[in-house]
Every structure is written in structure tokens, then in C-alpha cells.
Ligand binder design. Sequence first.
Ligand code: 13P
Length: 302
Amino acid sequence: MALVSMKSLMNHALENKYAVGYFESWNLESVLSVIDAAERTNSPVIIGFSGMFLGNDERKVEENIYHYGSLGKAIAENSKVPVALLLNEADKVSILINGLKAGFNAIMYQDPKKSFEETIEITKYITRTAHYVGADVEAEVGELPNADIASNTVKGGELTDPDKAEYFVEQTEVDALAVSIGNVHLLEGKKSELDFDLLKTLRKRIKVPLVLHGGTGISEDNLKEAIKLGMCKINVGTVLKRVFINYIQTYLKSNNVDSIDPHEVIGKGGAKDMLCGAREAMSEEIIRFIKIFGSENKAKMM
Ligand code: 13P
């Protein structure tokens, strides 16, 4: 199959009443894990990386967005299922523009420090640029609260105002809108409650596909109900990292790696390779979401 547009995946999902998953990656093993899961279930998928993390000023090594764009594009082009490549939630315009040059065919700008008016102006520029090269743009109106693992609390956030959302989409001409309807970023150990009345209102008034971030912290029932009401793209991140870390922690506790050939532990790809094991564990978790989202076997229809 091929690299396809995020818009086409969302429209197919809308028409066929399922949601396409965006499963966030951070390196080679994680992005391959997403593709493994999508191919095993014959599901369309959105792969990608966090623009905020890749562009994070605290990184020890400054990352080159071309490496990530080229990697993602090559993976998408060689995949057996339709794949879109998203540079997600970047707060720096330069990363997004370079991301487009690097091969991402979908981008999302997000900077909660900017005012609503400033965000509209910046998003207009981003949309014009992305559409010129045939790429899609996602944006968010409202703001998801963030869960704080250390203090077990949920901080900040603002529900999506339908008037503002409608105005924003008209002004910016974005292709997809992420909404804040009770969903929470980074929520582990408990589940958020979605506001379905707000979702129904937004679906009526917003002309573009809607996106649900914070997939980790949403119950299966809430996910399915949201999809029934027309949510057609769902983002999942935190739980995938948790599964990856848990696998490695368990591996290191139950194996004396000092006595194993290091090639066997990292790099050879066999039964003792802990990165392969973590990749497989992460894939299983993605397959669980793909089944909830209803995107299994939908690649065959495209
Ligand atoms: P979680 O990390 O809460 O699953 O959210 C992921 C996300 O929304 C990425 O955009």
C-alpha cells in the first residue's frame, strides 16, 4: 500500500463508522510496532511523532526532523496497509514547515501559550503552506487537561466552545479538529468521562472530522460511544510507552543480562532481544485499541 492522506483515512472512517488510530511513536521500535499491529489486523493507521518532544529544548541532542520524516515516509510507503504520517502537536512553526519538507503529510500546530487570535493567524499560515504541498492540518480548540502522575491530579484544560470551534475552522480551513470534551492527556489508572452532549453539538456544527486525544485515559465504552457519534480519529500515546517500559523492566528483573551476550539482548531480533519483546508487547496493546476502534480489516475496503 502507500502513504495516503490523513483526510482520506478520516473520511473513510466516518463513512464506515469506525475510527482510525494515531499511535504515537518515539523511535524505530515503536513506529515498527504500530505498523506490525496495523498489518496484523489489516487496519489503516496513522503513524507519527510528537513535534513537542522532538523539538523540546531540553533534548540532550538536537534532533533532525528529516530523519523522522524520511523514516516514517519509507515505512508508510512499504507498508501493506494505508498509512498517513503525522507530525503531532508541535509548538514551533519551523519544525512543522521542515516536517513537511521531510515527508510528513499531516501536521498539527498547538501552543497553549498563544491567544485564540494568535493561534488563528499562525494556523492560517500553516494551513496555506501545508495545502500548497498537499498535506493536511489538524488543530485543537479548547485544551485538554493534563494528568499529573506524581500528585494523582488533573490540571488545567478548557472544554471546546462550539462557537469558537466553528469560527476557528471557518477562518483557518483546517482539515481536522481536536476537541476537549472531558478527555484528559496522560491519564493512567483511571478513566475520564466524555461529555457526549457537547460532542453531538460539535458534530452538528463543525464541518471537518473531529479528533479525540488522550486515548489512554478513555474507557472502552466511552470510546465506542464517541465513535458512534462520529469521532473518526483517536490518539493514543502514554499507555504504549507504559507497556514498552513495563516489558523492559520485567525483562531486566528476570534475566541476568550481564551473563548474556549483549547482541542477544539488543539487536539480534531473537527471543532474547528485549527491544523486540517490547515492540511485540506494544503491538498487542495497539491491536486491542484497533479492535475497539473498529478499524480491523478496513484496509481491505480501501
Ligand atoms: P495519551 O498519551 O493520553 O494517550 O494521549 C495521546 C495523545 O493525545 C497524543 O496526541
